[in-house]
Design a protein around this ligand. Structure first.
Ligand SMILES: Cc1cc2nc3c(=O)[nH]c(=O)nc-3n(C[C@H](O)[C@H](O)[C@H](O)COP(=O)(O)OP(=O)(O)OC[C@H]3O[C@@H](n4cnc5c(N)ncnc54)[C@H](O)[C@@H]3O)c2cc1C
Length: 312
């Protein structure tokens, strides 16, 4: 006989700072709360060894340690954490139904989606090898480590231009490497780049290889027009070619914008009443752990208020 679906007041999908903060606020708000966090709960911060900008940690904290503390805090307050991914959701009949990749089916009065986003990578083996050792997908997070050093940014859109300008605060020189002969970023940003003496734009070049030993020592570029190789000796490479929100499961279930992000209002509500979203999955701009945590808090408070409306 099939098992009766387990019911929770709030089910949270995801396991980064947004999901776990929502878990903390949900459980502490008196709601039965579950987090479905995938095989390795913790989210993107598991990929970084040093976080220096999360309040409350005067010394750099490894991402895994920070996330373990959040998991412990949510669990201590009563949140149930499943190391399973949600594969299907039914946001039609209420309560909502969710199915995990482990075959677990559960129902929930309210759902918070906090499935995050993944930085897009070029996919070069040498790039993958040096992630966290000189290759970064986050200028805000890692720019500080390159004070007085030369670095390069790969990309040509608004985020690459913004990252390059931001990084001039720290780096002695920023090479912006773009594969085409014109940037795609907006005109204002292009003007700022050209006016900044620390920025050199290298057009028509692609990144072929990141080199180094334990840490990056440079990049090999190739001119796409002439085929000529160019070498830059530097310790930092920022890949700024955008992010992919993890919203595959929600296509056709929630309103997504053109780039796949979940659309919410300022109170984290999605297009389905009772379903909220928080963190990088709905944040096209900030993509920081503390912002994700803050939005997870807001989503849980809104979910609890929503649960109250069901009692009336
Ligand atoms: C290398 C690196 C370094 C960074 N450094 C910093 C830093 O120093 N400071 C800072 O503030 N920010 C930093 N960031 C950014 C920060 O990690 C993100 O802004 C933050 O983690 C976003 O949190 P989130 O909760 O929205 O989602 P995420 O952290 O993206 O977590 C989402 C989780 O949900 C899971 N998931 C996805 N789909 C499903 C599903 N269907 N079912 C179940 N689970 C699912 C994913 O596997 C993932 O574990 C860094 C990011 C990277 C990649």
């Amino acid at each position: 006989m099939a098992e009766t679906p387990k019911h929770f007041d709030i089910v949270i999908i995801g396991s980064g700072p947004a999901a776990l903060t929502a878990g903390i606020y949900g459980a502490r708000g008196g709601a039965t709360t579950a987090v479905f966090g995938g095989v390795a709960p913790g989210g993107q911060l598991l990929q970084t060894m040093e976080i220096e900008n999360f309040p409350g940690f005067p010394e750099p904290v490894p991402g895994a340690d920070l996330m373990m503390k959040m998991i412990k805090q949510a669990t201590r307050l009563g949140t149930v954490i499943f190391s399973e991914e949600i594969k299907a959701v039914d946001f039609g009949p209420r309560p909502f139904t969710l199915t995990s990749d482990g075959g677990r089916v559960c129902t929930a009065h309210s759902v918070i989606v906090a499935t995050g986003a993944q930085a897009r990578w070029l996919g070069l083996p040498s790039e993958q090898k040096f992630i966290g050792k000189g290759v970064s997908g986050c200028a805000t997070c890692d720019g500080f480590f390159y004070r007085g050093k030369e670095i390069c940014v790969i990309g040509g859109g608004d985020s690459a231009a913004e990252d390059a300008l931001f990084l001039t605060k720290f780096a002695s020189k920023v090479y912006l490497v773009h594969r085409r002969e014109a940037l795609r970023s907006n005109f204002r940003l292009q003007e700022k780049l050209r006016a900044n003496p620390k920025v050199e734009i290298i057009y028509n070049h692609v990144l072929e290889e990141v080199t180094g030993g334990t840490h990056v020592d440079g990049v090999n570029l190739r001119d796409v027009k002439t085929g000529k190789a160019r070498r830059l000796d530097l310790p930092g490479v920022f890949i700024a070619i955008g992010h992919n929100p993890s919203t595959e499961v929600f296509k056709g279930k929630l309103n997504l914008d053109d780039t796949g992000y979940i659309v919410t209002n300022e109170r984290m509500a999605t297009s389905v009443y009772g379903v909220f979203a928080a963190g990088d999955v709905m944040d096209t701009h900030y993509k920081q752990a503390i912002v994700a945590a803050g939005s997870g808090c807001k989503a849980a408070m809104e979910a609890i208020q929503y649960l109250e409306t069901l009692k009336k």
